[in-house]
Structures are given as C-alpha cells and as structure tokens.
Design a protein around this ligand. Structure first.
Ligand code: IYR
Length: 219
C-alpha cells in the first residue's frame, strides 16, 4: 500500500487544552437514554453517525463491522417482542441476585418500550471473519476491540449531533441475527435505539469516577 503524507492540525498547547476542556464538558453531559421521543430522525443523520463510527481504527484495517439501521415499525415490534422475552427470562430467573442488586439503582426492568418509540434501532454486528467477492473467508483481527471502538465513536457522534442512544444488550442477542437475516459471519454486538430524548426523559443521578480513581500517572 502507498504511504502518503499526513499533516494533522498542529495546535498550540493552550489550544490543545481548550479543546480538551470542551470535549470533556461535552462528553460529560452525555447520558444513556431510555425515554425517547417518537419524533422522526432523518436517515441522513443516522448515516452520518454510522460513517463517523466507521472511521474507527481496526485490526489490519479490516473494518469488521456492519451497522443495520431499522426504521420499519413491524421490524421494531418484532425486535421488541424478542428482546422483552429474553429480558423477562433474565429479570425473572436467569439473573444472579448480585447482578439484579447492581441494576436496581438504574431502575431497569424487562419492559423495553424504547425499542418501538425510538425512530431508529441501529444494530451493530461484529464480523468474526470477512467474505471476499468469491465468498472466500478473510481473516479479521481484534474484532471485539475494533467494534468496541467503532461503537464508542458512534455514541460520541450521536451526542455531538444532539441525538441520544443507549447501549442495549439484551442477552442472548441471537434473535437479531434471525429477525434481520444476517449472515453466519456476523454476531450482534450492541443494539442502539437512536432518537431525540423525550421531553420528560429522566436518567439515574449517577456520578462518574474522578480522574484519580481511573488513572495513574507514572512520571
Ligand atoms: N440487559 C438488561 C440488563 C442490564 C444489564 C446491564 I450490565 C446494564 O448496565 C443495564 C441493564 C436490560 O437491558 O435491562
């Protein structure tokens, strides 16, 4: 592959800090949302968030992800029905007590109305391997790391755009493969409802760990 010059914007250290402060302030205002407005979101906005996410670095630049953006009400209803069946089994039996205790402050339960209220459900699939044009397998590397980074960029871009989402992982998520007719090389990674927050949306009053608790500097 050719190598080409790369000249990223060089800021002064003061500008670097100001940008960092601004990014922190903006990211610190982001919250996972479970109460969505049913206001439609233009497809172009979802396209932008997906394309932005797809700039993520990936193992050997294999870009091992597929985003499936669902707007059709009948598909959203099928996804809700299947997700709620799994969630019900989780909350009413499968979940260990300590897990339920950890979830109690979030106030979640098996009901997932947001899966129909949000105008879009974007399902991110991780490709365990790729397929070339002849249908031969292509090796993928560091798939969960790569897809996790793409998920982070997707969330950050939606937030930047004033849209909201939630990293929803009904477990197990195999039903998404069936409902969305995905190929055998893809496994569901995260289900993102996407939309504007409801006017009366609430979020748990949680705190973020301070810098000292999440970082260690060895200078
Ligand atoms: N998937 C369930 C349970 C759940 C699990 C975790 I870990 C969370 O951070 C939140 C919820 C649900 O969506 O309710």
């Amino acid at each position: 592959m050719d190598h080409i010059p790369y000249r990223p914007e060089r800021l002064t250290l003061l500008e670097c800090e100001a940008r960092g402060e601004a990014a922190l302030a903006r990211n610190d205002r982001r919250r996972s949302v479970r109460f969505f407005s049913d206001e439609p979101v233009p497809r172009r906005l979802v396209e932008l968030a997906i394309q932005s996410a797809s700039t993520a670095p990936s193992g050997a630049h294999k870009q091992p992800w597929t985003f499936v953006a669902v707007q059709r009400p009948e598909l959203k209803a099928r996804i809700r029905e299947a997700a709620e069946a799994e969630e019900r089994a989780f909350y009413e039996g499968r979940a260990p007590d300590d897990w339920l205790a950890d979830l109690a402050p979030l106030g979640t339960d098996w009901r997932k109305p947001f899966l129909e209220t949000a105008p879009w459900l974007v399902v991110l699939f991780a490709q365990k391997y790729g397929l070339d044009t002849d249908g031969r397998k292509v090796k993928h590397y560091y798939v969960s790391e790569s897809v996790g980074i793409a998920a982070g960029l997707f969330i950050a871009t939606l937030h930047e755009m004033g849209l909201c989402t939630l990293t929803h992982t009904p477990s197990p998520m195999g039903f998404l493969t069936d409902v969305l007719g995905r190929p055998a090389n893809e496994r569901p990674y995260i289900l993102f409802p996407v939309g504007f927050a409801a006017d009366d949306a609430t979020v748990p009053a949680l705190n973020r760990k301070p810098l000292e608790a999440v970082a260690e500097f060895l200078e």
